[in-house]
Design a protein around this ligand. Sequence first.
Ligand code: PRP
Ligand code: URA
Length: 219
Amino acid sequence: MLTEHDLINKGLKATLIAHPLVQHKLTLMRRKEQSSCAFRALLREISWLLCYEVTKDLPLTMESIETPVCSMEAPVLEGQKLAFISILRAGNGMLDGMLDVIPSARVGHVGLYRDPDSLEAIEYYYKVPSQMENRLIIVVDPMLATANSAISAVTRLKQGGAKDMRFVCLLAAPEGIAAFNKAHPDVPIVTASVDQELNDHGYIVPGLGDAGDRIFGTK
Ligand code: PRP
Ligand code: URA
């Protein structure tokens, strides 16, 4: 696994969430004997912590309120409701945890699958909230491998008006971060781990296998 220092040395831009709870839960998820049920629960729990980190600089504005004791100026989130965009299928495994933390967020879906031979992302679904240009858009997908899926989703979202985006994943490969940084230098990446490399099939090593299959028990 790469450290922040390794990322700087390789010229890769991504924020690593080294929080011990995130790291411990991620290790439990990697174990091949973990059930789908436990895998889903852990992904949801890690998503709470990732959501907390990726939103820690959201702008606030002051609002006049009445407490039972007196009136006061109190902080509330500024601007339009943010939107979570889930890259199907595996993004949905993170969506529930994100929505636990910000229940009022809007939600969009971009349906993509990787062609197993070319590893190119093929789109099969697209539905996002209105006024994308006025919202913070947080794109979620547990895996950033070649980055073909994330690059394609973010390109599509920009075409749909999105301007202010962040990409949150669980695991990233150095190759995927390099490709994503090049394609979308304006979109920050937040991840729980940067693993060693991709194998010949475009899987993250050591990784955790196929995230969609592990979430939904389809293998
Ligand atoms: C997985 C994963 C990402 C993509 C990452 O999805 O959830 O979307 O692969 O790989 P990439 O960075 O090389 O594009 P997959 O295509 O397996 O579809 P699924 O979520 O429906 O299982
Ligand atoms: N998609 C996954 O689900 N896992 C990988 O390791 C790579 C792409």
